[in-house]
Ligand binder design. Structure first.
Ligand SMILES: [Zn+2]
Ligand SMILES: [Zn+2]
Length: 295
């Protein structure tokens, strides 16, 4: 198959966290699908920060082996596939951030910053917005008194704080909140749109990139990309770069539903997306390679 550097897969999970396949299997799948690059973005450990392990963040004692194995894959695939070392780091106010020294010290090629957790201000138990519906409903009930509008603002507060603080490269699934709320009219849409505008403006100022993530479609959770078409239209308006990702947890999803992502970008009027080229320390200008979207 002719190799065309049109796509990459920079949001990739393996057995080191909640993925199903190992690093080599994912590299092979990226190569077989003619991708220009694969980036590994295991869920960074949170066990030391939260005081407990969960089923999806990498355990902290695995991090050295993870780094070693991705470096080994870079060597093995040299000349055939660009392999990048990254992490998907949770932003949890006061507890976890891409700026934490244990993350910075790893000297990663890139970092995806993501908000999955909300820790309500009333002290109720923290929960993930993309977990099972019951977990979400319990978090909404006890953390926000059932007021979904408040929860929505709390989610975008966390997004805004994370993006303002910086220390990462790609904004992960910027409207992940919709996983358990899409189509339910739980708050005024105009208010959410305002928050999304605010997020895009900060991202622009910080020189960050939004991922256009097909993970929700690949796993049959939602019928659309993160961010949504309307969110992407705001991103287009402010001319912030986007990178298409699959949030693959299985090798078969390595570039899953990229056609839907492309079509959504076209519909939003976005005429180019980017792939990761190479990263030179302190020189972000060579980080992205522009790909023009053909009609
Ligand atoms: Zn994520
Ligand atoms: Zn992910």
């Amino acid at each position: 198959m002719k190799k065309q550097p049109l796509f990459s897969s920079m949001h990739t999970h393996t057995k080191f966290c909640d993925g199903k396949d190992d690093i080599e299997t994912m590299c092979q799948a990226a190569y077989d699908n003619s991708l220009f690059a694969i980036g590994f973005s295991s869920h960074a450990p949170t066990d030391k920060q939260l005081g407990s392990v969960n089923g999806w963040n990498m355990k902290s004692d695995l991090i050295d082996e993870y780094v070693k194995q991705v470096h080994a894959a870079k060597e093995r695939w040299k000349g055939k596939l660009n392999v990048f070392l990254g992490l998907e780091v949770d932003y949890i106010k006061g507890k976890r951030s891409p700026l934490d020294s244990d993350i910075v010290n790893l000297k990663l090629d890139y970092i995806i910053g993501s908000v999955h957790y909300l820790f309500p201000e009333n002290g109720a138990q923290g929960f993930t917005v993309d977990g099972p519906q019951e977990e979400f409903d319990t978090g909404l009930k006890y953390g926000f008194g059932g007021n979904a509008q408040k929860l929505m603002h709390s989610y975008y507060d966390a997004e805004a704080e994370m993006i303002s603080a910086g220390g990462f490269d790609i904004i992960g699934h910027a409207d992940l909140l919709k996983k358990n709320t899409l189509g339910k009219n739980l708050w005024r849409q105009e208010e959410e749109t305002e928050r999304q505008k605010e997020i895009v403006k900060i991202a622009k100022k910080m020189g960050l990139v939004f991922e256009v993530n097909t993970g929700g479609i690949n796993r049959n959770k939602i019928p659309e990309t993160y961010p949504s078409l309307s969110f992407l239209k705001i991103i287009k308006k402010f001319n912030v770069p986007v990178i298409i990702t699959a949030d693959a947890h299985r090798s078969k999803d390595i570039n899953g539903n990229y056609v839907i992502a492309l079509n959504t970008l076209k519909e939003a009027g976005i005429k180019k997306h980017y792939i990761l080229k190479e990263k030179t320390i302190n020189n972000k200008s060579v980080w992205l390679k522009e790909i023009i979207i053909k009609n």
